[in-house]
Design a binder for this molecule. Structure first.
Ligand SMILES: *Cc1c(COP(=O)(O)O)cnc(C)c1O
Length: 363
């Protein structure tokens, strides 16, 4: 059994996919071919945002977003303690100070009450609070009712890290539409993945959009040999854009399918382990189906012995990462607990009922 069976996905759309890839190969327009701008329009329409700016990966997307906000070295950027490393790495690499915020034990997402506490602590420690990065972990949008309110109140720009969230929603409003700037990743295993690395940013702000388009191509001005700032080489390949256009056509069906898989898991596992909680009005894109259990390591080993891959996302919180040890930040108790108890099960749109039942019966 595969954790995320990308081969089955390819087989399901093979004819269309092969044609799309061959078209790019034959066109010769490998960099910024027409598929890139077309995809950007389709993605912007999908999440109902004015601008989509594609880029090379989800980590660059975060870097580009932070640059567009114009933060100053030493500024504090609030990030969840329980996330993929990139969320905290991007501010750190720009000489910003990531401040780790604890998460909610049910949603796994940033705890708005702890955000307020960490904001106050940062001020007390003489830091300048400058931005918040909220993450839509495992496909579930963060608590934007509370977080957007808080950011408005404190005049903090909000970045939505929707690398895992694309396809989720809150009361019909789609993920990647909640931040002043939202980012996503098209890494193959993400809800919408390409055949390599890829990413995108979303914003309604024309000024941010112009800056992001400049920053992703070496800080270009009127053309790419007029460089008005330092940027990156962070374009999305035409080939990846063409692949994503095919996958986007199937994406709503895949979302329905992963929600069916999740519902079946939760029905079979209820009462045995803590199954994931989706708050009223929210939908998840199920980047991961993550349960909590006290004997996590035994369970993972038992599943593995039976040929079922289950993964620990994430074994280390940000405050306990070696790379951030010099920041000397207090660990976050809920994030610590999760890093000890979470286990993600095989999850993808092409799982059969039989496979779901096999996994559930082993648990
Ligand atoms: C995957 C991921 C990223 C980084 O995306 P890449 O395309 O791999 O660079 C950032 N944040 C989160 C939460 C992710 O899961």
């Amino acid at each position: 059994m595969q954790f995320r069976d990308l081969h089955r996905q390819y087989e399901a759309m093979k004819a269309e996919m092969d044609q799309a890839m061959l078209n790019v190969a034959a066109s010769g327009a490998y960099i910024m071919g027409p598929q890139v701008a077309e995809l950007e329009q389709q993605l912007a329409a999908y999440v109902d945002m004015k601008h989509c700016i594609s880029c090379a990966n989800g980590t660059d997307a975060l870097w580009l977003a932070l640059r567009a906000l114009g933060l100053k070295p030493g500024d504090a950027v609030f990030v969840p303690d329980f996330t993929f490393f990139s969320t905290a790495e991007a501010p750190a690499i720009l000489n910003l100070v990531p401040v780790f915020v604890d998460v909610d034990d049910k949603s796994f997402n940033m705890d708005a009450a702890d955000l307020e506490r960490k904001w106050q602590q940062a001020l007390n420690n003489g830091l300048h609070p400058a931005a918040v990065i909220a993450v839509d972990l495992f496909g579930l949008p963060a608590d934007y009712d509370a977080i957007v309110d808080f950011c408005r109140q404190k005049s903090l720009p909000l970045i939505e890290d929707g690398a895992q969230g694309f396809g989720g929603s809150i009361r019909g409003k789609r993920a990647c539409s909640f931040g002043d700037i939202a980012t996503t990743s098209f890494f193959p295993a993400k809800p919408l993945g390409c055949y390599g690395d890829g990413g995108a940013l979303f914003t309604n702000d024309d000024r941010y959009a112009d800056l992001l388009r400049s920053l992703r191509v070496h800080g270009k001005g009127t053309d790419k040999y007029d460089n008005v700032r330092l940027g990156l080489n962070s374009r999305l390949d035409t080939l990846q854009a063409a692949i994503l256009q095919v996958k986007l056509r199937h994406f709503d069906d895949e979302l329905k399918a992963v929600n069916r898989v999740a519902a079946k898991y939760s029905q079979l596992l209820a009462g045995k382990v803590q199954t994931p909680v989706v708050p009223e009005g929210y939908t998840s894109s199920w980047a991961q189906y993550t349960l909590q259990t006290e004997n996590r390591d035994d369970l993972q080993a038992r599943l593995k012995a039976a040929g079922v891959p289950a993964m620990v996302y994430y074994p280390h919180t940000m405050s306990r990462q070696t790379a951030f040890a010099h920041l000397n930040q207090a660990p976050c108790p809920v994030a610590d607990e999760l890093s000890r108890t979470v286990l993600s099960l095989p999850m993808h749109p092409y799982m059969t009922d039989e496979e779901i039942e096999t996994v559930a019966s082993l648990i």
